[in-house]
Design a protein around this ligand. Structure first.
Ligand code: CMX
Length: 439
């Protein structure tokens, strides 16, 4: 057993004991009341999930184990002379709860490099799909093909005890994360680079090796990948990709099956696909206005037109956040340092100057500020990764870190199958008439 795994087990056992006594002493304490509106409107704000890896504050944004994104950028280990955190370090932080040192990060990097070999049948399965299939369809299919390697499935059918579930979920987690960059890069090179694949470089860190396999050797693109794969990793437990992974995992579906549920959710345009939609929206604006340097007035008119057409302005709004997403700010800072003169990036910044007031003016959009997806595509385009259909796959590779670290915790803490109560509208009407729950 590697020392990170041993450390996780030790911490998780202690935490499980704490939770047991917490439930014994305070289990009946109410967290909140649930309204009829909440039941109808996406369960917004209902506290009903435990996710240890990160916590979202609607004004401050995400904190990973208590650390904000600016703090992570300062405290997590970096490569020598690098500025951006290594995602391996964030994974360690989410799993263990403490900021790792270089040795911890190297340990995780080496583990993932060792396990990164993707079995041939996975490539065959990808090849069976038409090349025109959306990259997220190819990605999800490949994850299902990887599932044949699940150690959890084998151990479960061999009859392991409940106490051992975490062990095999941990093993599958590490193997799956190790293999995702190779699979994602394969899909990218297959679809956009005539199937000319690039072999992994085992000497590079996880993010840099991913950039290398995609075909990008620029050092600042590697830095962008380290930042990108860190900031997209987790956003507490209620978002669609995290919640779906957790929910499916609660049925003891293995990490591959659980993660693919999260990824099919991430592929929705209101969630992870928004990064692709933002770039398309800007391209369409350029086309319609016949300029790649629209004025703020022109952008404002275009936003109003989008709203009038009954469409969403992609990259803006959030179910929980009520201020500018710090993940947007982190990317903006990166762009200011590396590529402040890029045209599309300047457009993104101009949209930021005019969109919030217009969105707020509708009187119904609860958060008029940009989310993570408003910036990422323009940065990727700057480095030549112009194929926007692929952007959600990058998000998915990153999201694996958070949702799979959480899945390890779910099994280590012995969380049961998830089964909230649903009602019919008839039940709601009877409840309103009677003023109390009805049978
Ligand atoms: N443009 C236009 N209308 C918007 C909007 C936007 N960016 N954001 C919200 N609205 C609308 C909603 O569609 C809703 O309209 P109806 O009442 O007519 O149905 C109304 O404003 C109220 O919505 P809300 O409570 O403010 O937002 P929700 O919690 O329901 O939805 C989200 C949140 C993210 C789905 C929504 O803001 C949206 O569609 N944004 C654009 C897509 C996007 O950027 N998604 C990425 C989110 C981050 C991520 O998960 O990756």
């Amino acid at each position: 057993m590697g020392y990170v795994k041993e450390r996780f087990k030790e911490i998780a056992d202690k935490h499980a004991k704490d939770i047991k006594s917490l439930i014994e002493q305070h289990g009946n304490k109410k967290l909140d009341e649930v309204t009829i509106a909440q039941a109808y409107q996406g369960m917004r704000g209902i506290p009903g999930l435990i996710t240890e890896t990160s916590l979202l504050d609607s004004n401050e944004g995400i904190r990973f184990r208590g650390f904000s994104i600016p703090e992570l950028r300062e405290k997590l280990p970096k490569i020598q002379d690098g500025n951006e955190p290594l995602p391996e370090g964030l994974f360690y932080l989410m799993l263990i709860g403490d900021v790792p040192n270089h040795e911890d990060v190297d340990h995780i990097s080496a583990t993932w490099a060792r396990r990164s070999h993707v079995p041939n049948h996975v490539f065959d399965v990808i090849e069976a799909l038409p090349v025109s299939a959306h990259p997220m369809t190819q990605f999800c299919t490949a994850i299902l093909a990887l599932q044949t390697e699940s150690k959890f499935v084998k151990a479960y059918s061999d009859g392991i005890s409940k106490k051992e579930y975490w062990d095999y979920v941990y093993e599958d987690t590490m193997t799956l994360i190790a293999r995702l960059p190779r699979v994602a890069a394969y899909i990218y090179r297959r679809k956009y680079k005539a199937g000319e694949h690039i072999q992994p470089d085992g000497m590079l860190d996880w993010a840099a090796n991913f950039a290398h396999m995609l075909g990008y050797e620029d050092e600042s693109f590697k830095e962008l990948m380290r930042l990108y794969l860190t900031i997209h990793a987790d956003h507490e437990g209620g978002n669609v990709s995290a919640h779906a992974t957790h929910l499916v995992g609660s049925a003891l579906s293995d990490p591959y099956l659980s993660f693919v549920a999260g990824m099919t959710g991430l592929a929705g345009p209101l969630h992870g696909l928004a990064n692709q939609e933002v770039v398309r929206w800007i391209d369409e604006m350029y086309k319609e206005l016949n300029t790649e340097d629209p004025s703020k007035e022109q952008i404002a008119e275009y936003i109003k037109k989008t709203l009038l057409q009954g469409k969403v302005v992609p990259g803006y709004g959030h179910a929980v956040l009520r201020k500018t997403d710090p993940r947007f700010t982190a990317q903006m800072e990166f762009a200011k340092r590396h590529c402040p003169d890029d045209n599309m990036i300047k457009t993104v910044w101009h949209v930021y100057e005019v969109a919030p007031a217009i969105l707020e003016g509708t009187g119904k959009i609860k958060n008029p500020w940009p989310n993570v997806d408003a910036h990422s595509g323009a940065l990727l385009k700057h480095y030549g990764l112009v194929e926007e259909d692929f952007y959600t796959v990058l998000f998915g590779v990153s999201r694996a870190l958070g949702v799979l670290a959480s899945l390890c915790w779910d099994r280590a803490l012995g969380f049961p199958i998830e089964r909230p109560k649903s009602m019919t509208t008839d039940w709601i009407k009877k409840f309103i008439a009677k003023g109390e729950p009805v049978a």
